[in-house]
Design a protein around this ligand. Structure first.
Ligand SMILES: [Mg+2]
Length: 125
């Protein structure tokens, strides 16, 4: 298994933090791409080859929920594992994300929480 991951967040600092943690996980990651909003994230996914996306909610141009809806509505991308990484984690929001087939971790996150979310999103336990 070789994982190609897309990290979507409007904060460059947050993206580099997520990338750093991903490199620490021991997961077989061969490539990490980055996008700064949901629109750029969709563009990156449409190029193909991504196995997992970590997506912020609050972003300019296109937010993470709209991106998630677009992914699920696209037959080529519909089953993509998605982990939403956000400060916005009300019970209602988390339930809504689950219904859309995404998992959730709250910012700021412990590295272990990100690792667990990634492993369960890709079906590794
Ligand atoms: Mg943001």
């Amino acid at each position: 298994m070789a994982l190609r991951v897309l990290v979507v967040d409007d904060s460059a600092v947050m993206r580099s933090m997520v990338v750093k943690v991903l490199h620490m996980t021991g997961l077989p990651i061969v490539e990490i791409r980055e996008a700064e909003n949901g629109r750029a994230g969709l563009d990156a996914l449409e190029l193909g080859g991504i196995d997992l996306a970590l997506v912020d909610i609050n972003m300019p141009v296109m937010d993470g929920l709209t991106m998630l809806d677009n992914v699920r509505a696209n037959p080529k991308l519909a089953s993509l594992p998605i982990v939403v990484v956000s400060t916005e984690g009300s019970d209602k929001r988390i339930k809504e994300l689950k219904e859309k087939g995404a998992s959730f971790i709250r910012k700021p996150f412990a590295p272990e929480a990100l690792v667990d979310a990634v492993i369960s999103a890709i079906g590794g336990g």
